[in-house]
Design a protein. Structure first.
Length: 289
């Protein structure tokens, strides 16, 4: 982690210990699983620039890294979440291969992955939460997603309005809060337990109350599940960053309208939330993407 401190504008999204004979599995936005042996990663000095993934693999246009896993894939499951509201669960062992690149999920035309999540184990109480750009959310039991093969597409888990899409997805515990930020810089937190468990593939519940005039936003720009106070930066389209602590964001009902946390002028809207250097150092280790 300290090595990354020397690299301007580079933040680790995950750090972990590994060994030279280790194997990493990387999942991309185009639904591919890339197998990378640690020994194939060029060794550099601590202050050196990191190796670009395209130097190790031949990536497709606009293909991005979504997750990197160093876990023992002989156990556990991998969950795939798409913008179109599909969720797929596959035994992790199906991704143990000597091939450098394989199809990890059968993506439908026009759809794309928003997250890949490795789960060593799930319980009867495990639940998944999906949040859409249109301010809807659905929370359902993890075991209602059937285990399917590597070549499958998954099952539909939320009914979306035209033009809407999933922006956040993953397993969530009963504890913690959901922090939601809109394109106009309004934010709020709501308790996870306020998002009641429903049946899979419903319409869901409203998780943000947009005003008709759009003054508090027209879409959800970013979502985070938080359990401890974090320093975050709201990044706008022009690169402007507004730093704040999650404790400064008011807790509201699930469908609350939020409060302004970022001054947004004209079309310089909020594009993303990211952890600041201090938060990244404290939370990068062993946190799945």
């Amino acid at each position: 982690l300290a090595a990354a401190d020397f690299i301007a504008k580079e933040q680790p999204i995950r750090t972990f210990d590994t060994s030279t004979d280790g194997v990493l599995r990387l999942f991309t936005s185009h639904g591919a699983c890339l197998t990378l042996r640690v020994e194939d990663i060029p060794e550099t000095k601590p202050q050196a620039k990191p190796t670009n993934l395209s130097a190790v693999f031949e990536l497709e246009q606009d293909e991005k890294l979504l997750a990197i896993c160093d876990e023992d894939f002989s156990v556990g499951k991998v969950f795939f979440y798409t913008r179109g509201g599909l969720v797929k669960c596959t035994e992790a062992s199906e991704y143990i291969t000597k091939m450098k690149r394989i199809a990890a999920v059968n993506l439908k035309e026009g759809d794309g992955l928003v997250r890949v999540e490795y789960m060593r184990e799930t319980t009867a109480d495990s639940s998944i939460l999906l949040v859409t750009e249109g301010g809807m959310s659905i929370r359902f039991a993890s075991d209602t997603v059937p285990v399917t093969g590597r070549a499958s597409a998954g099952v539909k888990c939320i009914k979306l309005d035209d033009g809407d899409g999933v922006i956040f997805a993953g397993h969530v515990p009963e504890e913690g809060e959901l922090l939601v930020a809109t394109d106009r810089g309004y934010m709020k937190r709501s308790f996870i337990f306020d998002h009641e468990i429903q049946g899979r593939n419903g319409k869901g519940l409203q998780c943000f109350g947009f005003k008709k005039n759009g003054s508090n936003g027209t879409r959800i720009a970013a979502v985070m599940h938080v359990t401890d106070p974090l320093d975050l930066a709201a990044v706008q389209k022009d690169g402007t960053q507004t730093v704040f602590n999650t404790e400064e964001v008011r807790i509201e009902p699930r469908a609350g309208r939020g409060q302004p946390m970022v001054m947004v002028l004209m079309d310089n809207t909020v594009a993303e939330l990211k952890k600041t250097d201090s938060s990244a150092k404290n939370n990068a280790e062993k946190n799945p993407i």
